[in-house]
Design a protein. Structure first.
Length: 465
């Protein structure tokens, strides 16, 4: 139940973010909504640039530490976060004069990035400490407060600044809740010890964060090349853009949630227990990630026609449905290259390898996409080519995983694959009348529950003991 609560926290957070987008678009005038969207996107990017290295280093180092060592690492992480916050404010204040945003909005965006980075760091410490239930509740609390604060600010002030101010209040309350819930000791350390920790964080965390940024650049590159080619056809461009926007989130949220819940245990066993135990723990993580994303891929393909008819504007529905299955397949491979195939290099702190792999994916996908666009390929074929390129990089990057011999269970993979194919086949079945759609959903739920039962995914902690 605790793991289920932690998963629920991630999905609730994602759903609340989507609700906020729709609510703000209805409340704010178009110009203010545009400024809000740009400010939120900019603050998110700044947060990744300035705090992601601490997040990655914190999970990798703190999950393996205990006692006084863990208490010292927490102090070093907080010190690093405060230094990053100061640098972000100074550099951001200088750079804000060059962006197309009002000064007040840029300042509020900087404050939002700082508060988000500090809050994420606190929540990570609580999660890595083994308190998954508390971390899940904090995620739900933060998402609720942020949604309420932003909506109330938009309703009262009716402007970008008021909406951001409401979000900042939400992050402030969330930060206070995180400080109260942390309850983990901090150990006073010498300047030399803190500098040593920060140097270790930098060597690993900044390279790993750089690899993440390169991976994030891949879909942006595809979008830039394809949208430029489709500019004369706005409907095709909009359908492609919607597909590449929407279909990334399900995989990224699911895989991030699973890694957040299980990766600290994998790190601890890798550092402190036998190689056999480390291999078993890593294989269970791969079971969870690969099988659930396989079923998710089948679900996306199977229900895209139904979801498209309900939610997608009719003018772009055709181009969306043509592109969406290929986008889902691409993101399936892209997410596993970025997350699953990176587990063993992360465990071995081979951050440079992560950068090389990410660079190879970006170069190969960009080359194939540019060639396909130049030859007049459809957006679906372009994404199919990007998926093939990513799969090829996965094969080339699989050496550490293969040598570690942490492989998912064959029977479980077969069950997940069969369930995915069954659910994906629903795309050719008519969903009218309504009972047919309900029957398809019920059958998909049964297949998903069967895979979850066979994998015993939410009881992994008990099995590991």
């Amino acid at each position: 139940m605790i793991r289920l609560l932690a998963l629920a926290g991630y999905f609730y957070q994602s759903a609340a973010a989507i609700v906020l987008i729709f609510a703000a678009s209805h409340i704010l005038p178009p110009a203010d909504y545009t400024h809000l969207s740009l400010a939120l996107a900019s603050s998110q990017l700044l947060c990744i640039f300035m705090f992601e290295w601490l997040q990655l280093a914190g999970v990798r180092f703190l999950a393996a530490a205990r006692g006084d060592h863990a208490a010292r690492l927490r102090l070093s992480l907080i010190t690093g976060a405060l230094i990053s916050a100061v640098i972000l404010v100074v550099v951001g204040a200088l750079a804000s004069t060059t962006v197309a945003l009002p000064t007040a909005v840029a300042a509020l965006g900087l404050a939002l990035a700082v508060l988000q980075g500090l809050t994420d760091l606190l929540f990570m410490m609580i999660r890595v400490d083994g308190r998954l239930g508390t971390a899940g509740l904090l995620l739900i609390l933060r998402a609720s407060i942020l949604l309420a604060g932003a909506v109330i600010g938009a309703l009262i002030g009716g402007s970008t600044s008021a909406t951001l101010t409401g979000s900042i209040c939400g992050y402030g309350l969330s930060l206070l809740a995180g400080l109260i819930a942390l309850r983990a000791p901090l150990r006073r350390a010498s300047l030399h010890e803190v500098r040593t920790d920060l140097a270790a964080f930098c060597r690993y965390g900044m390279l790993a964060a750089g690899a993440s940024v390169i991976h994030l650049t891949v879909p942006v590159t595809i979008r830039f090349l394809v949208v430029g080619h489709l500019a004369p056809d706005p409907a095709a461009s909009a359908g492609f853009s919607m597909a590449i926007d929407l279909l990334q989130r399900p995989f990224s949220v699911l895989v991030s949630a699973i890694h957040t819940i299980n990766y600290p245990e994998v790190v601890f066993k890798f550092e402190h227990e036998s190689e056999l135990e480390a291999r078993r723990s890593t294989a269970r993580l791969f079971d969870f990630v690969v099988c659930t994303t396989l079923v998710l891929l089948g679900g996306l393909i199977g229900f895209l026609p139904d979801a498209g008819r309900i939610f997608v504007p009719h003018a772009i529905l055709g181009s969306f449905l043509d592109t969406a299955p290929a986008a889902a397949v691409f993101y399936f491979f892209h997410t596993h290259l970025q997350a699953t195939f990176a587990v063993i290099p992360h465990l071995r702190k081979s951050a440079l390898r992560l950068v090389v792999v990410a660079g190879c994916q970006l170069a190969l996908v960009a080359a194939i996409t540019a060639l396909a666009v130049a030859r007049g390929a459809s957006p679906a074929n372009v994404l199919a080519g990007a998926a093939v390129a990513t799969a090829l990089v996965m094969v080339l990057a699989s050496g550490p995983t293969v040598r570690f011999r942490a492989v998912p269970r064959t029977a479980l993979l077969a069950a997940a694959g069969a369930a995915a194919l069954l659910i994906a086949s629903f795309c050719v079945l008519n969903s009218q009348p309504l009972p047919w759609l309900v029957a398809k959903i019920a059958l998909a739920a049964v297949a998903t529950a069967f895979v979850a039962w066979r994998g015993d995914f939410l009881m992994m902690a008990r099995r590991a003991k």
